[in-house]
Design a binder for this molecule. Structure first.
Ligand SMILES: O=C[C@H](O)COP(=O)(O)O
Length: 258
């Protein structure tokens, strides 16, 4: 077992990426923690149409909502359009090769005051032409960010732990925990892989999934472009939180039903 220096969270949150209101409606009552809007056909963090964000902000006002904003150019263009009651906005670092560049982009995002930036690090950072996860984490810590999502840039079926060995994931988690940074793991992660990491004591604060909660597609390397399968979402939710009922639990408040 690889034990991070500080105690891991025993129950991780679950973020599920959806592409539209109909998929969001399917998951809102499943007990997942974050509903993340992302267009899986267009890349690792592609934004959906901002009109979908607006509808979600009205239809699911009590859910923890997240928007993928893409990489630098689209994130800068879209940040101000994220609805003020969204909780998170995820921004990718591709093409940013220095901490100075990365931190400048983060600073320049005109997000509404209560929408928290979730900086993203790519496990396959060379393919994304950017800093590696430990350097993105270091920037997050020095600029007092509270969140980090470690994802994969290439969505070709290779998962997070095929790019980063378990010991490295444990070390990133340990460094993040010591600095009080919440970490989500994503990147073509399948439930058995998450459970294996749990068994090793490598437990992030949150798991982010898309491909593993979709119906199979004709192209097995692209499961994330399939249709969302609520049974698979429930399988993840039950595996992570066997005793939790159906509420979405805002981090700062008490459970609320929808
Ligand atoms: O933020 C999480 C991602 O949407 C995960 O997507 P994926 O499981 O298809 O890599």
């Amino acid at each position: 077992m690889i034990a991070p220096n500080t105690a891991p969270a025993s129950i991780a949150q679950l973020l599920v990426s959806v592409r539209d209101i109909s998929e969001a409606s399917l998951v809102v009552s499943t007990g997942i923690d974050v509903i993340d809007f992302k267009e899986p056909h267009d890349g690792p963090l592609a934004p959906v149409d901002p009109a979908i964000w607006m509808s979600a902000s009205v239809l699911f006002p009590h859910a923890s909502l997240s928007a993928a904003l893409g990489e630098t150019r689209s994130a800068l263009a879209l940040a101000a359009r994220v609805p003020p009651n969204f909780r998170f906005a995820k921004v990718g670092p591709s093409g940013l090769q220095s901490a100075t560049q990365l931190e400048r982009v983060w600073r320049s995002l005109a997000l509404p005051p209560n929408v928290e930036l979730v900086p993203v690090a790519y496990a396959d950072h060379k393919a994304a032409d950017c800093l590696d996860a430990s350097r993105v984490l270091a920037s997050a810590i020095t600029t007092n960010r509270r969140r980090l999502l470690i994802d994969t840039f290439c969505k070709n079926g290779q998962s997070l732990s095929e790019h980063l060995p378990t010991a490295q994931l444990a070390s990133l988690l340990s460094d993040a925990r010591q600095a009080g940074v919440w970490v989500a793991f994503a990147g073509s992660i399948k439930l058995p892989e998450a459970l294996r990491l749990h068994d090793c004591g490598v437990i992030p604060d949150c798991w982010g999934v898309r491909g593993d909660v979709c119906f199979a597609t004709a192209d097995s390397s692209q499961p994330r472009t399939g249709q969302l399968d609520v049974d698979r979402v429930n399988r993840w939710r039950k595996a992570l939180k066997p005793s939790v009922g159906c509420p979405i639990i805002p981090e700062s408040g008490s459970p609320e039903r929808h």
